[in-house]
Design a protein around this ligand. Structure first.
Ligand SMILES: CC(C)(COP(=O)(O)OP(=O)(O)OC[C@H]1O[C@@H](n2cnc3c(N)ncnc32)[C@H](O)[C@@H]1OP(=O)(O)O)[C@@H](O)C(=O)NCCC(=O)NCCS
Length: 186
């Protein structure tokens, strides 16, 4: 079997059952990925291209959503993306991700991006984001995921804050939808 057929066969196997009564903590799905950025990742100023960081974030945050739900996921929204400082070619860029909030089928992952100069020393925060994923079933429809159960008081506070922010975002979404009706999209 050629490698592509092998991958297709693996993907077409039915997904294992997910026990929805088994809640998971934030610590359970936390992830960190890092890599040294190369010349090909840079723009004309020697900084890393923003799109490269966006891709790293989407890949790293999806790991958290997949680990929590044990399902394939799709990115529904990159809710916010702030760049605070540039990162340079040769820096080690690390993407730290942990679950903020879990709905019925959706999951919000909080992300912090750090850049480290390995030769001179020094680490700085360069970006942060919140990315929302939706878990899918075999028919590629949204499917329920296990609840997020806090492991300690710190996790409980994080979940509470994220729930309040989601509620605020829902209100903003409604206002935005009204505004969108009144103006052309492009
Ligand atoms: C994301 C997607 C599966 C949602 O499908 P849908 O039919 O709108 O699903 P529903 O209305 O049932 O919503 C499912 C959940 O997603 C959430 N959701 C859907 N669209 C969203 C958005 N744009 N932002 C935030 N959350 C969203 C809903 O609030 C709901 O959450 P809950 O179950 O936790 O309450 C669908 O819009 C899609 O496939 N989008 C394209 C995804 C994609 O290609 N991404 C890029 C590459 S991975």
């Amino acid at each position: 079997m050629d490698p592509f057929e092998q991958i297709r066969a693996r993907r077409d196997r039915p997904f294992p059952e997910v026990d929805l009564s088994q809640g998971r903590s934030i610590a359970y799905s936390r992830s960190m990925t890092s890599r040294i950025v190369e010349l090909i990742d840079g723009n004309g100023h020697g900084n890393i291209h923003g799109g490269v960081i966006l891709r790293m974030v989407d890949e790293a945050a999806a790991i958290v959503a997949m680990r929590h739900s044990q399902r394939p996921v799709v990115t529904a929204r990159i809710e916010r993306f702030d760049f605070f400082a540039p990162a340079y070619i040769g820096n080690l860029v690390s993407v730290h991700c942990s679950m903020n909030y879990v709905g019925r089928t959706s999951m919000e992952v909080g992300v912090v991006v750090m850049a480290e100069d390995l030769l001179k020393g020094g680490v700085r925060k360069i970006a942060s984001s919140q990315v929302i994923y939706v878990a899918l079933d075999e028919q590629k429809r949204p499917t329920a995921v296990p609840p997020l159960i806090p492991a300690d008081a710190e996790e409980a506070a994080r979940i509470k804050k994220a729930r309040m922010r989601r509620e605020q975002m829902r209100k903003l979404d409604e206002e935005f939808a009204k505004l969108q009706q009144e103006m052309p999209e492009v």
